[in-house]
Write a protein that binds this ligand. Structure first.
Ligand code: UDP
Length: 478
């Protein structure tokens, strides 16, 4: 009698909307399928954004990876807090996901969800699946959020009233100013949803984190020490990163890359504030434009519409421009001058960031410090001017500047008070990173991190992240 061929483990993955969550989920899915021989079904949140459509259409899906598009939901802007929006989107999709799994010919046995999708653990329980969380930020942020339920019980007032940084076990204390705005109001939707998910983290069998052990060595030695986990109720934590999008074989027609081809190595500053979430105020965008010009450095800037949509002068707002048209938000004179001199390029909305950071001409990255952007700058050895806007970006900026020494951070007098960073200060920061010895020192420290990042995911070299993932999959195969 012939023996039955063992079936591949089948993993269902549930990300939340937003490129910063979806991109690492897609990349992890591809890695599980192509490198580790697992079958994956990934539920893609509904989105009409052109960036997502471009990303999906450029994907070369390996056999074994199935994408299921979730239906569009009648959700309006119910709350400006990101955790609320992401969480509700997942909750509203659970019925669809449940029936999709119920009718699967080879039902998944492992479930991997986003940090804002822990409500999907109920689906995992219904089908007796082994549940994991894929945390798309770093281990320090994970530990902080994991500690939140306990800290929430211990403190009485608002976080903003704390006079000392928050003493999170295993990490450097976290300054209250480095937390997102919803931590200032414990009744806010953002805070309540974050707490809700943090309370469910422990239902997972393990947490996969998009980081690598050499990037956060103290954090991982603390996490491996049983004493920390006595204080913070987290399941075992596995560093599996950096998981970033692989550069696509872009056509030589791409305007950003052909523009970069004209410039010498390390001579262009790339400026981007991420894939969504927040952007600068209209006034701040103008100061940034002027500061970049004053610095006399080359730059490539991905411009998104200003946060406040304030019309500061008829000159700056061209009604004819679409929502992502830089002509709509930047002084005409500025755009004309930089084009004339060939020193800068401004693109609207979206650019191929990974390919740009990997281009030899790029020598600095003015970034909002989203965690994917941070990992991408590490993998490509590009030093950072950290300009965090919201979410956990300020904590990431602290890591890059104070812990790793690979970035300088803009100092805005009162980030919450709407203060604006002046053009002279922007000019100074840009020069600091792009010229002179401090920039060289940042770049050389960044290159050391690059080596660690590359070797951690190396299959042949037995990298720590590669091995963590391989060991998990071995368990799933059993
Ligand atoms: N991204 C891109 N082109 C853009 C803007 C963003 O490819 O013009 C990608 C970027 O490379 C990263 C992701 O979108 O992979 C943004 O994630 P991140 O965590 O940095 O920031 P978020 O958008 O979540 O704030």
């Amino acid at each position: 009698m012939g023996s039955l061929k063992p079936q591949k483990p089948h993993v269902a993955m549930i990300p939340t909307p937003g490129m910063g969550h979806l991109i690492p989920f897609l990349q992890l899915a591809k890695c599980l399928v192509s490198i580790h021989g697992v079958q994956v079904t990934l539920f893609v949140p509904a989105s009409e954004t052109s960036a997502l459509q471009t990303l999906l259409s450029s994907l070369h899906l390996p056999g074994g990876l199935t994408l299921i598009n979730l239906p569009t939901l009648p959700i309006s802007d119910m709350d400006t807090d990101l955790p609320v929006h992401l969480s509700i989107t997942v909750r509203e999709s659970l019925t669809f996901i449940r029936s999709s799994i119920a009718t699967s010919a080879h039902p998944p046995t492992v479930l991997i969800v986003d940090m804002f999708a822990t409500d999907a653990f109920d689906v995992g329980d219904a089908f007796n699946m082994t549940k994991y969380l894929f945390f798309t930020s770093n281990a320090k942020v994970l530990t902080f959020i994991g500690y939140l339920p306990r800290f929430d019980q211990e403190i009485a007032g608002e976080f903003a009233e704390l006079t000392e940084p928050i003493p999170v076990p295993g990490c450097k204390p976290v300054r209250v100013d480095d937390l997102d705005d919803y931590f200032r109001d414990r009744k806010s939707g953002g805070y309540r949803f974050l707490l809700h998910h943090a309370r469910r983290f422990n239902e997972a069998t393990g947490i996969l984190v998009n980081t690598f052990e050499d990037l956060e060595p103290q954090m991982f030695s603390a996490l491996k020490d049983g004493k920390l986990l006595e204080q913070i109720p987290l399941p075992p934590v596995h560093a599996v990163g950096p998981i970033i999008r692989n550069p696509a074989p872009l056509s030589s027609e791409n305007e950003c890359l052909t523009w970069l081809d004209k410039h010498p190595p390390d001579s262009v500053l790339f400026v981007s504030f991420g894939g969504g979430g927040r952007s600068l105020s209209a006034e701040q965008m103008v100061e940034l434009a002027m500061g970049l010009e004053l610095s006399r450095q080359r730059f490539l800037w991905v411009v998104r519409p200003p946060q406040d949509k304030v019309v500061i002068s008829a000159n700056y707002v061209a009604e004819s421009g679409g929502p992502n048209d830089p002509n709509g938000y930047l002084p005409e004179e500025f755009l004309r001058r930089i084009k004339g001199k060939g020193v800068g390029m401004v693109v609207g909305g979206w650019a191929p960031q990974v390919e740009i950071l990997g281009h030899a001409a790029v020598g600095g990255f003015l970034s909002h410090c989203g965690w994917n952007s941070t990992l991408e700058s590490i993998v490509h050895g590009v030093p950072v001017i950290a300009w965090p806007l919201h979410a956990e970006q300020k904590m990431n900026a602290v890591m890059l500047t104070e812990d790793l020494g690979v970035a300088v951070r803009v100092k805005i007098a009162s980030e919450r008070g709407g203060a604006v960073m002046g053009r002279e200060e922007i000019e100074r920061m840009v020069r600091l990173v792009m010229e002179g010895n401090q920039g060289k020192a940042l770049r050389s420290r960044m290159k050391q991190l690059t080596d660690g990042a590359v070797s951690s995911v190396s299959e042949g070299g037995g990298g720590s992240s590669y091995c963590s993932l391989a060991q998990l999959i071995k368990k799933w195969k059993l």
